[in-house]
Design a protein around this ligand. Structure first.
Ligand SMILES: Cc1ncc(COP(=O)(O)O)c(C=O)c1O
Length: 390
């Protein structure tokens, strides 16, 4: 069916559909080669403290180190409660020792601000930017402790680099990198605490988070005791010493060995596409499909103003035709139409973000699927705008 938008060309409903319509920003698409049968060797029904379980957990830690290029003297732990658990653990264990700067440019970063100010009741300096923008990073003093999100999943705005972080800083940098790790270069020498979850870029399962600690973060843990109590689930030290076992695979509490196996499989797939550089190249190519699409049209644009800050994972776009007066309803109708056609699932903007679409471009998504999706966005847009008066 051809739909005539007054003043524009008719748009034909596309024929080619994405082979995989899963463009959710978390949990993200499983690796293209995923098959649940490949999890058959998981040591299910066995203790995670048995040799077999501990070996799988250790392999998850060391596989993470290898694929992400994390320095040998950084500790990597598998912790409860996904990325949220890992971030909270960092905030509650480490903050309060010195002045804190909280940076936020979207919903998750704003959530960490609330925790630090309202729950920990710290007199933090708060620097925020609107959706689509980023804080002026040159104003950040990394002699303070600094908490920030590397890739703002709900705004599609990312930190362009770590140049603003001093090499000889006195503070700790605490970085929520959940939608950046495995898709973007992370400068480990500039990051003291880095967190992410398996359910994001590698398309793993939720439930477990990872926390990566620099030697300076460990030093802080061993020399500073926060004024507030810490539940067992957050505790990283005992008697003033790091609990080393956590970073060897002796998790604080019981993990899902099925999720661990799934993560190991995802790491294998990551190696098969060239490791970190392969993953970054895949995400870049994916995001480029959307950037090119937006550049060629005057009714859609990236939410991130500065191209240097544009995410290559959670790409957020908005509809810019001034005829659209109810942006939220318009964008929702587009997402609904695409979902109904089975060509794109879960691509509505995050609930607190400006109206638009958020399309996941991490490495588990195939570029050909994004290329197949773009004509459908044309079609859905033209179908919806035809009903907008103007
Ligand atoms: C930047 C950021 N931080 C934290 C979270 C929470 O992650 P999880 O649900 O894995 O704890 C998300 C999830 O989308 C996120 O994008």
């Amino acid at each position: 069916m051809a739909i005539q938008d007054p003043g524009t060309r008719p748009v034909i409903k596309p024929v080619v559909t994405p082979a995989n319509p899963r463009f959710s920003s978390g949990p993200c698409a499983k690796p293209p080669t995923f098959d649940v049968a490949k999890l058959a060797d998981a040591p299910l029904g066995r203790s995670h403290r048995a040799a077999v379980g501990k070996a799988r957990l250790k392999a998850a830690i060391e596989g993470t180190r290898e694929v992400l290029g994390i320095p040998a003297d950084y500790r990597i732990g598998i912790v409860p409660a996904s990325d949220t658990g890992a971030v909270e653990m960092a905030l509650w264990n480490l903050l309060g020792a010195r002045k804190v700067e909280m940076l936020a440019w979207e919903s998750f970063g704003a959530g960490w601000v609330t925790d630090v100010v309202k729950q920990l009741k710290l007199d933090a300096e708060i620097k925020t930017a609107d959706y689509g923008q980023i804080v002026d990073l040159t104003t950040v003093d990394t002699d303070n402790d600094v908490v920030f999100t590397w890739n703002g999943t709900t705004s599609g705005v990312r930190v362009p680099n770590g140049d603003w972080i001093k090499a000889d800083r006195d503070g700790l940098t605490i970085c929520d990198a959940t939608s950046a790790a495995f898709a973007q270069e992370l400068p480990w020498d500039k990051l003291d605490v880095t967190t992410f979850s398996w359910q994001k870029v590698l398309g793993g399962e939720a439930a477990h988070g990872m926390i990566v600690l620099s030697p300076r973060a460990v030093e802080r843990l061993e020399s500073y005791t926060p004024a507030w109590p810490l539940p067992k689930i957050f505790r990283l030290t005992k008697g003033g010493k790091l609990i080393e076992g956590i970073f060897e695979g002796a998790t604080i509490n019981t993990p899902s060995m099925l999720a661990v196996e799934d993560y190991l499989l995802a790491l294998d797939w990551a190696r098969s596409v060239g490791g970190l550089s392969g993953l970054i190249a895949r995400a870049d190519a994916n995001a480029q499909v959307i950037h090119d699409f937006c550049d060629a049209r005057d009714w859609i644009g990236n939410l991130a103003d500065d191209p240097a800050t544009r995410s290559n994972t959670s790409v957020c776009v908005r509809f810019t035709n001034p005829r659209i007066t109810d942006g939220a309803s318009f964008a929702k109708a587009i997402a609904k139409r695409l979902e109904a056609e089975g060509v794109a699932l879960d691509i509505g903007a995050y609930r607190d973000a400006p109206a638009g679409l958020r399309i996941w471009c991490g490495g588990t998504v195939e570029t050909s699927d994004l290329a197949a999706l773009m004509p459908w966005i044309d079609w859905a847009y033209q179908s919806e705008i035809a009903d907008v008066p103007g």
